[in-house]
Write a protein that binds this ligand. Structure first.
Ligand SMILES: Cc1cc2nc3c(=O)[nH]c(=O)nc-3n(C[C@H](O)[C@H](O)[C@H](O)COP(=O)(O)OP(=O)(O)OC[C@H]3O[C@@H](n4cnc5c(N)ncnc54)[C@H](O)[C@@H]3O)c2cc1C
Length: 371
């Protein structure tokens, strides 16, 4: 029996795999996709996790990530405001970030099986047995769930989360165009919002979260994106002359921001599998990486015999809630405001009255940096 299994080779899974391997444990990661692949994501990562990534031997800036220092926000009427980001961040394609993080996890000693979907889990007195899509069975002492926002694992684990439905659709397209290098932007256009940043390839990442009815009537994601660019003045300023790169934007549906269980049937959940912050916060990836740090600490204590399994679970759930509950609440609150054009237009005006304005609001959805 190996010691630790991680279901999902996204950022939470790969960071935990590296951390726990560096601590000397045997770690196996199961990832259902064939690597490498693109993911729908805004690709901006807050610097709060940079010291921890560096400690794991991961250095996104040496992989070409673009340093991000400022933030531009625009309301549906096209009014906009800038602020310096309190901590700053970096922008890098998920394609590159996942490849480099997987490489780093393997260097640290983790075994990664890609193209291997986990379809079931059985608990017994000895530990847990994972059942893969090809029928093979794999036994472990500890299992970490890092399978993202929407996975058949939720169904197989009988988590009510599987039945959460929302109206949101996420889109991503790369563009060749001009955009201030060290800036990330968030632009509200009525039924949704659009983010822009430069990534390491010299292209612009454009990610959108939109209500699914915006795609009604047979409209394609590409047509919707063109409509959005034409309709919102500030987005138009930035993207009117930009050229799309992918044949079609990537799209995902059924995105839910409802609360989830942090520990379920003895599995410590990390990243979106534990709870997803609305993308407007630009903090989902940093939260996934930070959750990996918290989980690795507790799993290491358990496997070294410093606490019981139950204490590990309780301590992880408590640590996760202390760290993320406030940000999630702020994220959901802001998401609700963004659902109303008038509220967003007024909200932007009101940021003038808040001490620190936009930067103070950004801080509510972000944490502090940890090594
Ligand atoms: C439109 C949009 C824009 C966003 N923009 C940003 C942004 O700019 N900044 C930011 O920080 N966050 C952003 N996010 C959020 C961010 O993408 C996520 O929070 C982050 O990817 C979560 O990482 P994760 O490791 O939990 O999940 P993922 O990175 O999704 O990884 C989960 C992995 O698990 C695998 N998997 C699933 N089921 C199984 C299974 N049964 N067996 C094996 N493997 C499985 C999947 O294939 C996947 O690779 C955005 C999200 C959306 C939708």
């Amino acid at each position: 029996m190996s010691q630790i299994a991680i279901i999902g080779g996204g950022l939470a899974g790969l960071a935990a795999a590296t951390d726990l391997s560096l601590r000397g444990f045997e770690v196996v990661v199961f990832e259902k996709r064939k690597w490498p692949s693109h993911k729908v994501c805004g690709e901006y990562v807050s610097n709060e996790v940079l010291p921890y990534l560096n400690r794991l031997g991961a250095d996104p800036l040496s992989w070409g990530a673009v340093a991000i220092e400022s933030f531009e926000f625009s309301s549906p009427n096209g009014r906009y405001r800038h602020t310096t980001l309190p901590l700053g961040g970096f922008s890098i394609s998920r394609f590159a970030l996942d490849v480099h993080m997987a490489h780093r996890a393997r260097e640290a000693g983790a075994i990664i099986h890609d193209h291997m979907e986990i379809t079931g889990i059985e608990n017994d007195a000895q530990g847990m047995t994972l059942i893969a899509h090809d029928g093979t069975r794999h036994g472990f002492d500890v299992v970490l769930g890092a399978f993202g926002k929407r996975s058949k694992m939720d169904k197989s684990l009988e988590r009510p989360e599987f039945y959460h439905r929302t109206d949101y659709v996420g889109l991503k397209q790369y563009f060749r165009g001009e955009y201030p290098t060290h800036q990330v932007g968030l632009y509200h256009f009525g039924p949704g919002y659009l983010g822009i940043s430069n990534v390491e390839t010299g292209l612009l990442n454009v990610a959108v979260l939109v209500r699914s009815d915006a795609l009604k009537g047979g409209k394609t994601p590409a047509q919707l994106l063109q409509e959005v660019i034409a309709s919102q003045p500030r987005i138009h300023d930035h993207l009117a002359h930009a050229t799309p790169i992918l044949d079609n934007p990537l799209a995902i549906s059924n995105i839910s921001f409802l609360p989830r269980s942090v520990v379920h049937r003895g599995i410590l959940m990390m990243g979106d599998a534990a709870g997803m912050i609305p993308p407007l916060a630009g903090n989902g990836m940093a939260m996934a990486i930070r959750a990996a740090q918290l989980a690795s600490h507790e799993v290491a204590a358990y496997l070294k015999g410093q606490c019981s399994r139950e204490e590990m679970e309780v301590r992880y759930a408590r640590g996760w809630n202390d760290e993320f509950q406030k940000r999630l609440q702020w994220g959901r609150r802001l998401q609700r405001i963004m659902e109303h054009e008038w509220a967003c237009n007024i909200g932007l005006q009101l940021t003038r009255l808040v001490p620190g304005g936009l930067a103070t609001i950004v801080q509510q959805t972000h944490g502090t940096s940890h090594e």
